[in-house]
Write a protein that binds this ligand. Sequence first.
Ligand code: GLA
Length: 416
Amino acid sequence: MRISASLSLVVLACAALASSATAPAAAKPAPKPSTKPAAKPAPITAATPPMGWNSWNFFAGKVTDKDIRGAADNLVATGMKDAGYVYVNIDDTWEGDRDADGVLHTNAKFPDMKALADYVHSKGLKIGIYSGPGNKTCGGYAASLGHEEQDAKMYADWGIDYLKYDECSFTGDVLEKQAPDDKAAQMRLMIAAYEKMGKALKSTGRPIVFSLCQYGWDAVWEWAPAIGGNLWRTTGDITPRWDRIYAILSQQDGLAKYAGPGHWNDPDMLEVGNGRLSIQENWSHFAMWAMLAAPLLAGNDLPNMKPEVKAILTNKDVIAIDQDRLGKQGTRAYSDGEVEVWTRHLSGGALAIAVLDAGDSRYSTHPFHLNLTKLGLHGPQTGKDLWTGKPITLTNNQPIELTSHNVLLVRIDAPK
Ligand code: GLA
């Protein structure tokens, strides 16, 4: 990648351990140790951001049972499964009609959902599905209004592991009818609708990742975890264009405190490998989603994936940033001109630094000077450039050449 070879940068010192001596309380006798074995804590659903593949960004409304089986096969064959991509998520357009008992049937593209789920599971993968709180999905197919428990139970019976729940027609079906001209009342109805499905999923007893898709309305990050949300879209839809990807990235700053194990901000699915994104833009998109602790749901054409796209999606070092068990989302430390510097604190005191050139290239005539002091770092910092895989030393104010829309992504295990 494009930084001058002799680069060196610094990193940040973190970790201050404050120990406080607390005086033992005087009078009470110490409680007897319990003889009961300690209950094993239930595993956290989505302890790290969910990883997988979703049908929408490539297939949109054309997706079929065969495509989903093919995606499962390809996740295994390409090594993506081994890299952590486990969810195979069917987005919109699988739905058929409801019968007289309210049972929702699949359409002709998905003849047997249970058999499809079994197939995906047989590959050691998990399967996701899509619905919404309104009468219709965004694609105009049947959604779950009035059938939440029934649908949740059906998903669990099929063996579904993940539900994306998309607002869509709920606005017209319910909000505008029940609370015209009262936005606050509309938001309360919307939250209640998501809570209803959250409860319905929980009552199935099956761990099903609950993915809220309502584009970030009413500060969803403030209430989604309490109603059982494991992730929530923070914006409108992504497209495979740098301007859109960068706009979404910019909207994530300030949301870091809401993310953590079991509950994640979702800046939308990946477009890596789609459209006309340049290789630099693909690097930057993936690097920044990892810095954001974003769910990594690939959305590309798996059977025809180019080697350079596979190399990005399966870069274990970058994935390790995304999946870091601390679950602390990165933040923008500062920006200077069109270059942004983001940092992310990782487990074991490590630090990831991303230097993103969101504008034109920075040549040797006017390179970027990375200010390590602004990152709280002192002296040269040795780490790894995660795209070249090579060691790198960063020193304060070292000139860095960057190409347009490219990123320097560095992991420093022992920042000073
Ligand atoms: C909305 C969502 C997309 C996709 C489509 C499907 O636009 O935001 O991610 O699920 O609906 O219709």
